[in-house]
Design a protein around this ligand. Structure first.
Ligand code: PEP
Ligand code: MG
Length: 586
């Protein structure tokens, strides 16, 4: 038995046979052809291009049905590229001019395209290298007659083990038989991870060496919630996990049954559980899983899923759709949070050396005021349809908040002049996700309507740990005393100014951490839709004084490990069936 730890990106337990995909290399040597063969090569390319478009139309239709149109747009973009004469033309030309085989021309031209994208000045919204590689592999696969993946049609239940997977490979899986996947590389915010989560497919990425150890046909346990891959499990582990999967299944059913009921503590305090979304299509899941609104809409995905910058209409269309789908529940729109790990696409001519500390989030937006104003205008227009809040990410100084508010006021004045209606009382808040904002919370509290604590970034900036780097993942500790003290500082300031404060980091979905947050005074938690039913169920088991006692005690530890163990123990006592990991029971 071999246990490999990776980064959990999509929860769930899968037990099946391994299907190991050798790392893919685009191998297209420059082979010359005779002049008389040029037409034939061009025809081969044309046939491969058409076959790729047809294949992608199928992938798109399936992805759209399962993930919704927004997430599936990745494949529309691929189709658009293949139909674009600016791509097909140079390939056909190269075949004639250089007299080379089509495979080589495809690889060479797509490589140039990737380089051009990389160099595009100040475009945060161009495509990913991954997408280009995906296209090149698809075309070359058709040219060489190789099936890119046998994965579209399998006969047995399988866990895919791969060096890396592209989004379209992931979406193109035979969904009946592929039960999950694990990859050597990858981070939490890659498109592949997003696709996995949107499909509800258990997945672990960043395993570093899983392809070195896995063999075809071997039994594999994939624990997507804990980021664990177990190859050749011993009998006991297999039995534990089989039981655990069954408990999980039953627990999920019971959770689904209670999802619609409100989350009210045993002593009668209502806790608002809302959802985090990247795409409007996720609202369906938020609502059916009992979410009372959206606490974080990561609008940068409007940019990441497309090859062109979204227009005001694109923004408006997305926000108004969300508001309508929410039917009176509140939509919290975070203005674009591009930068750092969310430049999955090439951005500037000169890449930033230290993008996590670079021109990201609200800094980027303030440096591009027209972009921010366009977005804010669209949000304000949507505010006439239903309740909306605006939230600025990664605010570090009060000057940034004032600058952003000034731009917002400009937009409101413009709209007033044009007689365009909007909700002039739309609440304005900030994400508290850097220590400077947490420490200065009182200053911010006087100038905002709400706070939302973003623990994902707050932990990384407090502890100087890159949240996407698998090598320091062990140092990424949300229960670190320094983080807890910062959060307490925020909640104290919020209390003083009677401001609502929520948490929208991943940690809020962890029952133990949620307990602590409630004890510190939070009454709103915003989590991925999958965590909503469990959190609601959990809230119903506790009382506020109990949470306050837990929070007080948690803040006395000088080590994150102790604090985390304490929180886990407390929650396990309260809701034992929420813990599925046999290791936790020992
Ligand atoms: C956070 O930082 O906690 C957060 C919710 O924002 P994101 O994960 O999008 O950076
Ligand atoms: Mg953040």
């Amino acid at each position: 038995m071999k246990v490999i730890e990776g980064i959990p990106v999509s929860p769930g337990i899968a037990i099946a046979e391994a299907f190991v995909l050798a790392p893919t290399h685009i191998w297209a040597p420059e082979r010359p052809i005779a002049e008389g063969e040029v037409d034939r090569e061009r025809e081969r390319f044309e046939t491969a291009r058409q076959a790729s478009i047809e294949e992608l139309n199928r992938v798109y239709a399936e992805a759209e049905a399962e993930m919704g149109p927004e997430a599936a747009k990745i494949f529309l973009f691929h189709i658009g590229m293949l139909k674009d004469p600016a791509l097909a033309g140079p390939i056909a030309e190269m075949i004639g001019e250089r007299q080379v085989v089509a495979e080589y021309a495809v690889a060479a031209v797509l490589d140039q395209v990737a380089q051009r994208f990389r160099a595009k000045a100040d475009s945060a919204f161009t495509t990913k290298d991954d997408d280009i590689r995906d296209l090149a592999e698809r075309l070359i696969g058709h040219l060489t007659g190789q099936r890119r993946l046998a994965l579209a049609d399998l006969s047995r239940n399988t866990i895919v083990i791969a060096g890396d997977l592209t989004p379209s490979q992931t979406a193109g899986f035979d969904r009946q038989h592929v039960k999950g996947f694990a990859t050597d590389v990858g981070g939490r915010t890659g498109h592949t991870a997003i696709v996995a989560a949107a499909l509800g497919l258990p997945a672990v990425v960043g395993c570093e060496e899983v392809t070195d150890f896995a063999r075809d046909g071997q039994t594999v346990i994939l624990d997507g919630g804990r980021g664990r891959v177990i190859l050749d499990p011993d009998e006991q582990t297999l039995a534990d996990y089989t039981a655990q999967a069954e408990t999980r299944r039953k627990f999920q059913i019971s959770l689904a049954e209670g999802a619609a009921q409100p989350a009210v503590t045993r002593d009668g305090v209502h806790i608002e559980i809302v959802g985090n979304i990247e795409f409007p299509e996720e609202i369906g899941d938020v609502v059916t899983r009992g979410g009372e609104g959206v606490g974080l809409y990561r609008t940068e995905f409007l940019y990441l899923a497309n090859d062109t910058e979204p227009t005001e209409e694109d923004h408006f269309e997305a926000y108004s759709r969300c508001v309508r789908l929410l039917e009176g529940r509140t939509l919290t729109v975070r203005t674009v949070d591009l930068g750092a790990d969310k430049y999955t696409q090439s951005r500037t001519m000169v890449p930033e050396r230290n993008p996590f500390l670079g021109l990201r989030s609200v800094r980027y937006a303030l440096a591009h005021p027209e972009m921010l104003k366009l977005q804010v205008r669209a949000i304000l227009r949507a505010s006439t349809i239903g309740p909306v809040k605006i939230m600025f990410p990664l605010v570090t100084t009060i000057a940034e908040l004032r600058h952003a508010r000034l731009l917002l006021r400009d937009v409101m004045e413009d709209m007033d002049e044009r007689g365009e209606p909007f909700d002039r009382h739309v609440p304005i808040g900030i994400m508290v996700e850097v220590p400077s904002a947490a420490l200065m919370a009182e200053v911010f509290a006087a100038e905002v309507d709400f706070f939302s604590i973003g623990t994902n970034d707050l932990v990384q900036y407090t502890l100087a740990v890159d949240r996407t780097n698998e090598r320091v993942a062990g140092l990424y500790q949300p229960a670190h005393p320094a983080v807890l003290k910062l959060i307490r500082n925020v909640t104290r300031a919020a209390k003083k100014y009677s401001l609502p404060v929520s948490c929208c980091g991943e940690a809020a979905g962890d029952p133990g951490y949620a307990l602590l947050l409630l004890g510190l005074g939070l009454r709103t938690l915003s989590v991925t839709s999958g965590s909503i039913p469990r959190l609601k169920r959990f809230v119903r088991e506790v009382t506020i004084p109990q949470c306050e006692r837990v929070a007080r005690k948690a803040l006395t530890f000088d080590s994150a490990v102790q604090a985390a163990a304490f929180l886990r123990d407390q929650t396990r006592n309260m809701l034992p069936e929420a813990f599925f990991d046999p290791a936790d029971e020992r």
